[in-house]
Write a protein that binds this ligand. Structure first.
Ligand code: PA5
Length: 444
């Protein structure tokens, strides 16, 4: 059974099926370039076959370590940024409960901001807790996580002495970078980020799987979902292939001036999936002055803030709505004796009924207002559907980037801020740049 179905009927007021299918040849070429490793950035397409080829021994180690951490820690501190952070966070929020009184391992992310308050409050919070650390960095040199690691490694050593090393797990490149060197020297157990998988395509590797396994979710099911997605998207022709259709529709809309895509969801637990998706598409496509700007909204809350703009603002938007078809739990509305709030007309209906009608009504209102809507019907939220969904997005992102004729696997634009920051912080070798920047900053 397909857990995900792309419904494009609500884009057909704006573009035609003929336009979507006209790209068939280009889409096939893009798909083949991904599979045969012949496109731009072809040394970073290891994620494409990953659901088939992942290291089974490492997967067993991930599960063992997860059990150990769940047994000996109250908190797992996950240090990482960008692709070394968002995928795991997306899974934890999406698969977890909104509220739970069960005592379980708490997972806290750090190293993704430079907030003095966040870091110092976390240090205090951990004081009387048993904790382990999973530091994640492919390059091993990204300053934000490296700084956080320095602080929390020290805290671990203070608390556990030499035994701290048994509580530190590094996920990084097998050979390159400061983190692998440090891990070898200190004897940390390591997990690898394959050299041909970039950060934002790494959620199905140890980068995502270790924290997800620590949270108690079934990572075999996640991989199974991604494998089924792989088999589907690699083999099916355009008319049955949601990943190719998604890439095609986005690109046709983009050419017609729809330069902002809003990923919309009615489940707040998809908030971090949207953050992960924004990084995936933003960092993959936003280059050479091209690319759709990815943004995201959570409805109903954002209908009462950004909904105005979506309905009536500049007509440069389209929406991709993740429609979770089946809720895990629900609530039936009861009839009240005196109908003071006037809601008795809904008695006997459940919240899913309200959501369904809110979604259908909103889609039509936005379509009438000039906003095309792609609907991604997700059967339900499970580890399997998470694996399927993230693979769907990654595959369509690779194809979509090739349609746009950019390299979807590099992120040279991110380097500029890093250079300026390191120069201003006083790193050796950056003296000239520092002088120039300071002059500009002090200019009246
Ligand atoms: O997608 C990417 O490659 C980036 O967003 C990286 O994940 C991010 O910059 C973190 O890099 P690293 O894992 O090397 O610390």
């Amino acid at each position: 059974m397909k857990v995900l179905n792309l419904n494009y009927k609500n884009v057909l007021n704006f573009i035609s099926e003929a336009e979507i299918f006209a790209l068939e040849k280009e889409l096939d070429n893009a798909r083949n370039a991904l599979l045969n490793k012949t496109g731009k950035g072809n040394d970073y397409v290891g994620w494409v076959n990953y659901p088939l080829e992942y290291d089974k021994t490492e997967l067993s180690r991930i599960k063992e370590v997860a059990l150990k951490i769940r047994k000996d820690s109250d908190v797992l501190v996950v240090i990482g940024i960008g692709g070394s952070y968002l995928g795991a966070q997306a899974a934890l929020k999406m698969l977890g409960k909104y509220f739970s009184s069960e005592k379980d391992l708490e997972i806290i992310f750090v190293g993704n901001n430079v907030s003095p308050e966040y870091v110092s409050e976390l240090e205090v919070y951990l004081k009387n807790k048993d904790f382990s650390i999973n530091v994640i960095s492919k390059s091993g040199g990204t300053i934000e996580p490296a700084l956080a690691f320095r602080i929390f490694r020290k805290l671990a050593i203070k608390k556990y002495g030499k035994k701290a090393n048994n509580r530190i797990f590094a996920t990084t490149d097998k050979e390159k970078g400061a983190l692998i060197k440090m891990s070898v020297e200190e004897g940390y157990q390591t997990f690898s980020i394959p050299s041909d998988v970039g950060g934002r395509y790494s959620v199905l590797t140890a980068v995502g799987l270790l924290p997800i396994a620590c949270a108690g979710f079934d990572i075999d099911e996640i991989l199974k979902g991604s494998l089924d997605a792989y088999n589907y998207f690699v083999n099916k022709p355009l008319k049955e292939n949601d990943a190719l259709l998604y890439a095609s529709i986005r690109n046709v809309l983009y050419k017609k001036g729809k330069v902002i895509e809003l990923l919309v969801s009615y489940e707040p637990k998809l908030y971090f999936l949207s953050e992960w998706w924004k990084q995936l598409f933003g960092e993959s496509e936003g280059k050479e002055t091209k690319g759709i700007f990815p943004s995201s909204l959570i409805y109903s809350t954002d209908l009462h803030s950004m909904g105005q703009y979506v309905q009536d603002g500049q007509r440069i938007l389209f929406e991709t709505v993740i429609d979770v078809m089946n809720a895990k739990s629900d609530k039936i509305l009861e009839k009240e004796e005196t109908d003071l709030d006037g809601l008795n007309f809904l008695a006997g209906k459940d919240i899913s009924f309200v959501r369904r009608n809110s979604l259908e009504g909103t889609v039509l209102a936005h379509v009438d207002g000039g906003v095309p809507n792609i609907i991604l019907e997700l059967e339900k939220i499970t580890p399997y559907s998470f694996g399927y969904l993230v693979y769907f997005f990654m595959f369509s992102c690779g194809v979509s980037g090739y349609l746009l004729d950019v390299n979807p696997f590099n992120q040279e634009g991110v380097e500029d801020y890093k250079k300026n920051m390191l120069a201003l912080l006083g790193k050796k070798g950056y003296e000239d740049l520092k002088n120039k920047l300071v002059e500009r900053i002090n200019k009246k």
